[in-house]
Design a protein around this ligand. Sequence first.
Ligand SMILES: Nc1ncnc2c1ncn2[C@@H]1O[C@H](COP(=O)(O)OP(=O)(O)OP(=O)(O)O)[C@@H](O)[C@H]1O
Ligand SMILES: [Mg+2]
Length: 320
Amino acid sequence: MSTIEQAAKRLEEMRRAAAEPNLADAGNPAGSLDAAPTPEALVRGMPSRTQARSPFVGSPGAGSATPRRASPFGQATRPRLDIDFAALKRNAFLTPDAPQSPIADEFRIVKRPIMRNALGPAKVRNGNLVMVTSSLPGEGKTYTAVNLAMSVAMEYDTSVILVDGDVAHPDVPNILGSPREPGLLELLTDSSLSINDVLVPTNVENLAILPAGAQQGRATELLASAQMHKKLNELSARYADLVIIFDSPPLLPTTEARELATHMGQILMVVGADSTQQHAVKLALTAIEKCDIVLMLLNKAAKTDIGSYGGYYRYGTPRG
Ligand SMILES: Nc1ncnc2c1ncn2[C@@H]1O[C@H](COP(=O)(O)OP(=O)(O)OP(=O)(O)O)[C@@H](O)[C@H]1O
Ligand SMILES: [Mg+2]
């Protein structure tokens, strides 16, 4: 029996049990309980995955079908970025074409509480603004932010904006090949620019990138400005059903990350397992204590305690 036939059989059983009354009509318009829907009719009755998913359609170069619901990025004007999945894979990143990999499994665990806080029934204030940070450089912030964004984008019905918030040392362009500017900093300084002018749609249907922007000396002041506060509140409200992930600088050696943290609904604190001392982590946590939701992620740990995968992550809250 083919997969479709098996699915049809299962659906028919459910229909008989009245578990899914609407599905009875998909392949059986007459509504007779005796005639099973044909597999072809069931497939016809299903919503198009591509159409339902992509929020980036309408952008030049997006090249996808028209979405059913209005696209939040329908007005984005920049060309689509084609992310090189093979290059990502070579560097141990998660890619949407490998949903069964160990890293995909690890990030399923990482993303669940974040998505719940961002979009669930008990979502927290500005919970869809998620900052990925660490105490010190090199602990895996960008690696985590990119993978988390990929993982969320692989959800059936959730979209994500990856913001390169490490404005002094933007690394997302090196990994995803995205343009450096214009981006966040221009959005803060040029009142003629809108989010649609800076957002970069990608070949991952549910993922767009907001670059850091051109480097400049006033970056910290800009991130601390009232304009930043306004823009982030706007972003959070306008894209309330999206997850917005900020790659960011480390907390201890910079002030930018602390400024960014004041706007966030959730913070994912990456801790390099073998490199970061406890007192550095404690100090960093005090810098972000105003944020109600701080999740800790132990990166590059030799072994996890969350399952049998010999993966990289442990996960928990500092107060838990
Ligand atoms: N779990 C992991 N598995 C494999 N490689 C990793 C992992 N975590 C980090 N890396 C690699 O380690 C290096 C440093 O990671 P990354 O650039 O993400 O750190 P960072 O905290 O963003 O650094 P910076 O503070 O300089 O921005 C990169 O080459 C990254 O690909
Ligand atoms: Mg980085």
